[in-house]
Design a protein around this ligand. Structure first.
Ligand code: IMP
Ligand code: MG
Length: 174
């Protein structure tokens, strides 16, 4: 049976907010180049929409990580499934994520990426669920939306690999 999905953030709301955040990034990185790191798979839709609206010079790289865990809980033990193609030394790195939940995945990833000597490293996320944070040290520089503790899908986010292609953010009704 098809799941019922309740719209939390419409396509228009998401688009408008990405445009605003892109404006902030354009201002903050004026005169610089930004190296976007898309965290696959979830971050891919957001990365594309964001990158299209950036007017500062942009380069792009992709990383795929899987965090071991049961069900909807991440463990913080992160496996690099696909590493970056390019080095980070001297670059102004902006990590682009779909959602920060416990923060375990990002806490681990930021430590690894820092060792590659980027000039700066910042974090941009489409969604943030601060109520769920375990790793309080994870500082988010750009957040499109802060959402309550609900499991969401769409715009890259999946439930069992489904619904990533929805053009809005929704909640799967049980
Ligand atoms: P964290 O390590 O707990 O911050 O988990 C982050 C990852 O868990 C995200 O990159 C997502 O892949 C996944 N995740 C967390 N919350 C949700 C959700 O509400 N819907 C879909 N995936 C989620
Ligand atoms: Mg993810």
């Amino acid at each position: 049976m098809a799941d019922k999905i309740r719209v939390l953030l419409s396509e228009e709301e998401v688009d408008n907010r990405i445009r605003e955040i892109a404006g902030e990034i354009n201002r903050d990185y004026a005169g610089k180049e930004v190296h976007l790191i898309c965290i696959l798979k979830g971050g891919v839709f957001f990365t594309c929409e964001l990158a299209k609206r950036l007017t500062v010079p942009v380069s792009l790289d992709f990383m795929c990580v899987s965090s071991y865990g049961s069900g909807t809980e991440s463990s913080g033990v992160v496996k690099i499934v696909k590493d970056l193609d390019q080095p980070l030394a001297g670059k102004e790195v902006l990590i682009v994520e779909d959602i920060i939940d416990s923060g375990r995945t990002l806490a681990y990833l930021i430590e690894i990426l820092k060792q590659r000597n980027p000039k700066s490293i910042r974090l941009c996320t489409l969604l943030d669920k601060p109520e769920r944070r375990v790793k309080k040290q994870v500082k988010v520089d750009y957040t499109c939306f802060t959402i309550p503790d609900e499991f969401v899908v769409g715009y890259g986010l999946d439930y069992d690999q489904k619904y990533r292609n929805l053009p809005y953010i929704g909640v799967v009704e049980q």
